[in-house]
Write a protein that binds this ligand. Structure first.
Ligand code: GDP
Ligand code: MG
Length: 439
């Protein structure tokens, strides 16, 4: 998606103002990029139409280049397409809040049950899981194990009790125990079928849930639109959870859900661990799609492994574009601590386009960077300009770290690039200034 969009911006280099004529080519690239990202055709059509209409209307803005104007319009339209604001989970006025999970087989419902309980527990809510997938004994065991892992009780019956009956009994048990949130796992099928829908309707009728969340695999692509539409019409959903966003999904599902159902994506799953669930931020997703990395998500992840004040400071540094080698080192170390490079690497500005195949390479590079930063003087770390201006200093760092002078120069250049990218990204995310596309 990113490279397609980049070629769209490039076509506007040298133009003075956006016109009906000069946006034809870039819009074609945008259209193709969206289709390649598995966004469904009707959604793409409406998107392209709306962006084109706005682009022609903006006219000449002093100091802002047309390609920058178009990026801004596409960014804002992407955010709008994905629902604009963060959609919070809704809680019932009187406990328990009941969250019913639905979705096809293998999308991650059972995993989400436990992740969600873990997530809500951290907010101080007591949770209980109900095992409503009775077709495979293994599914019940899986939920029990995950429940144990996150320290949340799991209500089960045998496989010969009807799901709606299990739901009813489980709910009354939860009420007795004054549980805040009840999360109900259900059975999925490989494809939408009547049996599954009828069962979900029965369960829904018994529970009267506060939230009915459709769990959607981010890899679903084009079909996500039809899937969401059907579930919404048949059982009525209140939102969606997008899972497996850590894989190399092309993002199409994220862009279609809200547009076709009117219901927002509320949460996203980014991995198999219990901590890998977070709110869905439309503006960050748009930034990610536009290839600018995902600084805020990164900072939040880093927060989990760094001390609170360090992370706050890092965030401030990023905002003020004073990001220096100390921050760089902190960041790379935090990344290393997080272990799963694949998941995080896409969030680091300047590394946004690393493919899984290049991940090992990137890990090796991080080690090399660390070695060079470690031999810098405290002053050099805080003022990268010193290294930028002095070949002697670069030579010393190269010798002390056993790297080449060229590698040191590259590292310095990369730091400055990151500063620029971060500054641009913050501008876009705050809806204020418009990114420079000079690099
Ligand atoms: P269900 O059939 O819908 O209940 O799906 P499961 O919860 O059993 O998940 C199916 C598989 O997907 C399991 O191997 C999970 O570990 C995996 N999975 C679930 N969520 C994620 C995610 O966000 N990222 C990744 N990489 N794997 C996930
Ligand atoms: Mg399951």
């Amino acid at each position: 998606l990113t490279s397609g969009l980049e070629s769209a911006w490039n076509k506007l280099k040298g133009e003075e103002v956006l016109t009906k004529e000069n946006i034809v080519e870039p819009m074609r690239d945008i259209r193709r990029a969206l289709l390649e990202a598995d966004v469904s055709l009707p959604v793409v059509r409406r998107f392209v139409q709306s962006v084109s209409d706005q682009a022609v209307g903006v006219g000449l803005v002093r100091g802002v280049k047309p390609d920058q104007q178009l990026v801004k319009i596409v960014h804002d339209e992407l955010v709008k397409l994905m629902g604009g604001e963060v959609s919070e989970l809704v809680f019932a006025k009187s406990a328990p809040t009941v969250i019913l999970l639905a979705g096809l087989q293998g999308v991650g419902k059972t995993t989400v049950c436990a992740k969600l309980a873990n997530y809500l527990k951290k907010q101080g809510k007591s949770c209980m899981l109900i095992a409503g997938d009775v077709y495979r004994p293994a599914a019940i065991d899986q939920l029990v194990i995950l429940g144990e892992q996150v320290g949340v009780p799991v209500y089960t019956e045998g496989t010969d009790v009807k799901p709606s009956e299990i739901a009813r009994k489980g709910l009354s048990e939860a009420k007795k125990k004054n549980i805040d949130v009840v999360i109900v796992d259900t059975a999925g099928r490989l494809q939408i079928d009547k049996g599954m829908m009828d069962e979900l309707k029965d369960v829904k009728l018994i529970l009267n849930p506060t939230e009915v969340l459709l769990v959607v695999d981010a890899m679903t692509g084009q079909e996500a639109a039809a899937l969401v539409t059907t579930f919404n019409l048949e059982i009525g959903i209140t939102g969606a959870i997008l899972t497996k966003l850590d894989g190399d999904s092309r993002g199409g599902a994220a862009l279609s859900v809200k547009e076709v159902s009117g219901k927002p994506i509320k949460l996203v799953g980014r991995g198999e661990r219990m901590e890998d669930l977070e709110p869905f931020y439309p503006n960050r997703m748009a930034g990610r799609i536009l290839g600018m990395g995902d600084v805020l998500s990164f900072v939040e992840k880093a927060q989990e492994v760094m001390r609170q004040e360090d992370a706050e400071e890092l965030k401030k540094k990023i905002m003020s574009a004073n990001f220096d080698f100390n921050d760089f080192l902190k960041q790379t170390r935090a990344v290393a601590k997080m272990g799963s490079m694949t998941r995080v690497i896409g969030m680091i500005p300047g590394m946004a386009k690393v493919t899984p195949a290049q991940v090992r390479e990137a890990e090796k590079n991080l080690k090399i960077m660390e070695a060079m930063i470690e031999v810098m003087t405290p002053e050099e770390r805080e003022k990268p300009e010193l290294l930028a201006e002095s070949p002697e200093r670069r030579k010393r760092v190269a010798q002390a770290s056993g790297k080449t002078e060229q590698q040191v120069s590259q590292l310095v250049a990369q730091l400055f690039q990151m500063r620029v990218r971060m500054k641009n990204l913050m501008g876009v995310m705050e809806g204020g200034s418009i990114p420079s596309l000079s690099n």
